[in-house]
Design a binder for this molecule. Structure first.
Ligand code: F6R
Length: 231
């Protein structure tokens, strides 16, 4: 799964060395980032002119906090490839002014000409970015209160569940849907049901990823376990 997904991103970088990538954190893309690091070290691709926008960041964590998504990206990709640090963007979790933080981020994506290829993982409840199940699809980058299940899932990375931030800044579903191309990755049997619901169930904000069925250019790459219900 990681190699196949890395090939999609590497091809895009080769086709357009100045492309704008939307990136995700979480366990699923770690192997994919390792593949891209290998490709870069082997001289097959260069991030020299690429710019990146991450989906989300915990509100209240500065970029140097070990559990911040900025830190995750530095560790798994940015510090290991030739990307220009100024061209890497993650919502500013240290900015307490939610309106400004979200507006600045949305503007910055717009000024970059929009996202060419957006990478997404899938939450067990169908969340994309931190867009949790809800009665509506949130459009733009916004402040969210995290669901208990998400806090629980993410607590594995913190010493104690009480340390997991309760809020985050995330691209909206509209921000994600404006990407020219979307690449979804999922692995493991615990993702099988949500992969099925997202891509074969009804389009509903109760399963935020289901809206991807309406996007004209989505590639879904899963391992056998995550794809088990789709055969
Ligand atoms: C991460 C993100 C989340 C994750 C999702 C799956 O930036 O936005 O939506 O993609 O929670 O996480 P993993 O890959 O850890 O199962």
């Amino acid at each position: 799964m990681s190699r196949a997904a890395a090939d999609v991103i590497a091809s895009r970088i080769k086709e357009d060395p100045r492309c704008v990538l939307g990136l995700a954190t979480g366990s699923t893309p770690i192997g994919l980032y390792a593949e891209l690091v290998n490709d870069c070290n082997a001289g097959e691709i260069s991030f020299g002119e690429v710019s990146t926008y991450n989906l989300d960041e915990y509100r209240g964590l500065a970029g140097d906090h070990e559990q911040s998504y900025r830190h995750f990206m530095q560790k798994h990709l940015f510090d290991l490839v030739d990307v220009d640090p100024a061209a890497t963007h993650v919502p500013d979790g240290a900015n307490d002014d939610a309106e400004a933080a979200c507006w600045d981020y949305e503007q910055s994506i717009f000024e970059a000409g929009g996202i060419d290829l957006q990478l997404l993982g899938l939450g067990h409840n169908g969340h994309i970015g931190f867009n949790e199940p809800s009665d509506e699809f949130p459009v733009n980058t916004h402040l969210v209160k995290l669901h208990e299940r998400t806090i629980e899932a993410n607590s594995r990375l913190f010493d104690h569940i009480d340390e997991v931030p309760r809020e985050a800044y995330t691209m909206g579903v509209g921000t994600i849907m404006h990407a020219a191309e979307i690449l979804v990755v999922a692995s493991g049997s615990d993702k099988a049901q949500i992969v099925y619901d997202a891509f074969f169930g009804p389009v509903t904000p109760q399963v935020p990823a289901s809206i991807l069925q309406l996007h004209p250019n989505v590639t879904v790459i899963v391992d056998e376990e995550a794809g088990a219900l789709c055969v």
